[in-house]
Design a protein around this ligand. Structure first.
Ligand code: PLP
Length: 397
C-alpha cells in the first residue's frame, strides 16, 4: 500500500489526527479548532463566575443561538428548543405523546436503531403497534420510497418517523414529499434530521413538520452535544422536555411555558449550543457560496467516492445519484458475516483501521441481512482518500 493519502487544503482547520484517513464524519461529526477555541473561552468564562455566567451572560448568548439557528432553518423561533442530541429529541416527542392500544407509528426499515427502539418503547407500553415499512435497497427512485410508506398508512396511523438522510444506508429520503403526503392524510411527521442541517437544504417554515429534531454536531461541526428540537405551534402544548424542572411551576402561556421548560433542564454546560452561530459562520465561510455550496461540494465528493468504491467492491450503486447527499453507501459483497447487535464491531472496520489507518464504518444491518460500507465527505476530505480506501479493500479481499 502507498503512503497515506493527502487531505484537502481545508483540513488544517480541523484537529483531526493527520495519521488517520477520516472518512466517518457521519457518526459524530468533527469540530474545527477555531470553534473549539470559542468553546474553551466560554468554559473559562463560566468557571470564572459560574453564577454570573449561567444566570446572566449565557442567557443572551443562548437566545442568540436560538435565533440564528431558527433563521438558518427558516423555523419559527418560538418552537425552537435545544436538546443534547437527536436521540434525545426523538425521545422527547415520543415520550410526551399519549398513544392508545391499536395506534400505529410508521418506521421505515432504514431508521436509526436507537430512535426505532424509542418508538418500540412507547408503542410497547401503550399496547400500540410499530409498523415497519420495508424500503427496497437497492432502491430505484423517490417514488418507490413514497409508495412504500404511504401504502402502510391506515386510519390507526398516528405518527411517522421519517429521516432526512438515513444512517445505515446513507439514503437521502424524499422527506419533503413524505411530510406533505403524510400530513395531508392526517399523519403527523417526526422528522429525524440527525443528518439534516448542513447536509440537505432544510426549510422548516415551508415543510411544516409537526416535529423535527436534528444535530448541529454532525454537518454544522459544532462541539458534541448540540442538537435542536422544533415543534410546530399547534403541537407545542403536547410536548414537554424529558427533564421536568423549574419552568413547570411558572404560570404562563403555552409559548412561555415551552420556552421556560426547554431552556432550563438543570445545571449543564451550555457551551456546545452557544457555539452554533460561530460554527455556522466559520465553516460556512470556508467556501465561496457558503452552506449551499458546501452541501453541493460534499455531495459531489461523496458521489465520486461511491463510484470508486462500487468499482473496487464490484457491487452496483444502491440508489440513484439524486438520492445521495454527503454520505455514500456501497453494498458489501454478499456472504459476509452479519452481526445482530450494533455493539458487535465489524471485523473489516477494525482491520481497515488497524492495518491501513482508515476510519470508516461498516454496518451489519440485520434488518436487511447485509453489510454496508458508508463513506462521508466533508470539507477536509480529498478524493485521494477514497482511492486509498479502494486500494485497501482490494488489498484485504
Ligand atoms: C438518522 C439518525 N438518527 C439519529 C441519530 C442519533 O444521533 P445522536 O447520536 O446525536 O443522538 C443518528 C446518528 O448517527 C442518525 O444517523
Amino acid at each position: 500500500m502507498s503512503a497515506l493519502p493527502r487531505k484537502s487544503d481545508l483540513a488544517p482547520h480541523w484537529a483531526l489526527d493527520p495519521d488517520t484517513v477520516f472518512l466517518n464524519h457521519g457518526s459524530f461529526g468533527a469540530t474545527p479548532t477555531a470553534v473549539l477555541e470559542l468553546q474553551g473561552d466560554l468554559r473559562a468564562q463560566m468557571e470564572a463566575d459560574p453564577v454570573r455566567f449561567l444566570d446572566d451572560v449565557s442567557k443572551e448568548l443562548w437566545a442568540n443561538s436560538l435565533e440564528v439557528l431558527s433563521r438558518f432553518l427558516n423555523a419559527d423561533p418560538a418552537g425552537m428548543a435545544f436538546v443534547t442530541n437527536t436521540t434525545g429529541g426523538v425521545n422527547t416527542v415520543l415520550r410526551s405523546l399519549e398513544f392508545s392500544g391499536g395506534d400505529e407509528i410508521l418506521v421505515p426499515d432504514h431508521s436509526y436503531q436507537a430512535c426505532w427502539n424509542a418508538v418500540d418503547f412507547v408503542t410497547g407500553r401503550a399496547g400500540a403497534k410499530t409498523v415497519v415499512v420495508p424500503i427496497p435497497f437497492p432502491v430505484e427512485s423517490d417514488d418507490e420510497v413514497v409508495e412504500a410508506v404511504l401504502s402502510h398508512v391506515t386510519e390507526r396511523t398516528r405518527l411517522a418517523m421519517i429521516d432526512t438522510v438515513t444512517s445505515p444506508t446513507g439514503l437521502r429520503m424524499p422527506f419533503e414529499r413524505l411530510v406533505e403526503e403524510l400530513q395531508s392524510r392526517g399523519v403527523d411527521v417526526l422528522l429525524d434530521a440527525a443528518h439534516g442541517p448542513g447536509i440537505v437544504p432544510l426549510d422548516l417554515g415551508r415543510l411544516q413538520p409537526a416535529y423535527c429534531t436534528g444535530n448541529l454536531h454532525k454537518w454544522i461541526c459544532t462541539p458534541k452535544g448540540s442538537a435542536f428540537l422544533h415543534v410546530r405551534s399547534d403541537r407545542m402544548e403536547r410536548i414537554r422536555p424529558l427533564t421536568i424542572s423549574h419552568g413547570a411551576s411558572v404560570p404562563g402561556s403555552v409559548e412561555e411555558s415551552f420556552r421556560l421548560e426547554f431552556d432550563w433542564q438543570g445545571t449543564s454546560d451550555p457551551s456546545p449550543w452557544l457555539c452554533i452561530p460561530k460554527s455556522l459562520e466559520y465553516v460556512g465561510g470556508l467556501v465561496d457560496g457558503g452552506w449551499p455550496a458546501i452541501m453541493e461540494q460534499n455531495r459531489s465528493l461523496a458521489l465520486a467516492a461511491r463510484e470508486i468504491l462500487s468499482e473496487a467492491l464490484g457491487t452496483p450503486p444502491p440508489c440513484p445519484d439524486s438520492m445521495l447527499a454527503a454520505l455514500g453507501t456501497v453494498l458489501m459483497p454478499e456472504g459476509g458475516p452479519v452481526a445482530t447487535s450494533v455493539f458487535d464491531g465489524d471485523l473489516l472496520h477494525t482491520s481497515l483501521l488497524d492495518d491501513y489507518g482508515i476510519q470508516v464504518p461498516v454496518f451489519n444491518w440485520s434488518h436487511h441481512g447485509r453489510r454496508y460500507l458508508r463513506v462521508s465527505a466533508h470539507l477536509y476530505n480529498h478524493i485521494d482518500e477514497y482511492h486509498y480506501l479502494a486500494d485497501a479493500l482490494r488489498d484485504s479481499a
